[in-house]
Design a protein. Sequence first.
Length: 420
Amino acid sequence: MTALFTKPIENLVITDIERLIEEGYPEGTYVEYKRELPSRRPNGDPWLEGSSSISDYARNQILEEVVAFANGQGGNLILGLAESDEKPPRAAAISPLPRCAELAEKIRLQARDCISPKLPLLKTKEIVVDDMGAGLVVINVPQSRAAPHRLEHNAHCYLRRNDRSEKMTMREIQELTIQRSNFLEEVDNKFVKSHEKFQRLLKNNFGGSSAQGIRVTLIPVSSEIWVNRVYGYPEFEPLKETENILLDNSRKSLNLFNQFPVSANKPLLRGAQYMGGQRDRYQISQEVYCDGTIEFFFTTKWEIDGLWNRIYPEWVYSLLINAVKTAFRFREEAGFSEVEYGLEVEINATVSSCRINSFTPDDEKFTFNNNPIVFPRLSIGSKNELREIIEVFHRDLWDSAGVMRYPNFELEISEEVGNE
């Protein structure tokens, strides 16, 4: 299969485009070529003459194709690649567009602003072919479980049919809405089951003693993914690298599996479980399933050595970061690096309330406003979004405890997502 469909978009190079031309690869359900920016003007789009923006017409024509791919099976739109006159058209020749890197970013931002609902996993990539910065733009559009998507300027939905993008009928929109709703209902049910499993762990892990803990669950939401087996494969074992976080200038390690090394692992039905901890005080487990579901559970006794325990924020950040990075690794191993995940974090206690430790000079503790507290779900798309996701959750965490002043926050995170 051509590299266009197997490589991450950020790794595409000019030889991948040249191979499309050598093969005479045809347009179809998953790929569309455009020699130039669509235009009604004899001289072409103003971008070609040095304008800082493309015309509304070009923008709308390009985004129609993007929406059609998102509402269908996903695909790639390549700008600056001329097609043949055959039916269906085939990749024929490179037709460089000026300032392709700037153009790629411009289109990405316009897609963000002009398509509803938003497409969090849409990516653009420039492929420069000369010293002046001219080249091609590749737009990668994953299949979306938030479909049907529409263009804001005309409220129309589009769908890819073979080598054409066409406006959807009302019946097609209704059918797609039902289809996607059924899938998202299945996702919701998985989150509910994860919550129920967490409640059982809190009740049973310490022989009935009061307990509190943290749950982080990630579930694929944009499309279904699968690997045949996870148990026994090091790619799915707990991460070994350690990230750090600075909270009010106090550096904290963010890997509980280093603090509580794996003491047991076992296969589960189409999954694997890794466990660590101190049996009478703390327990941590990571579960990974063949369908991409990832669950992290951390439980601790409510009272240890005669003292009331509390949730430490670095525990929460640790589970969150390690779970997200495990999802990144799973996507790569499954060959679906663009799949979107839904993330849910829960803090729960078998007693009336749960407290979080602060980093104030007097070591103040704050009580969460609700118990249990299930934080608003977050969308996990590109790896580049990890820092932003953690920062959003940072605000949610301290808001939920009624903290007026957030601890100063700085994340020290490596780019590597696999085991070192």
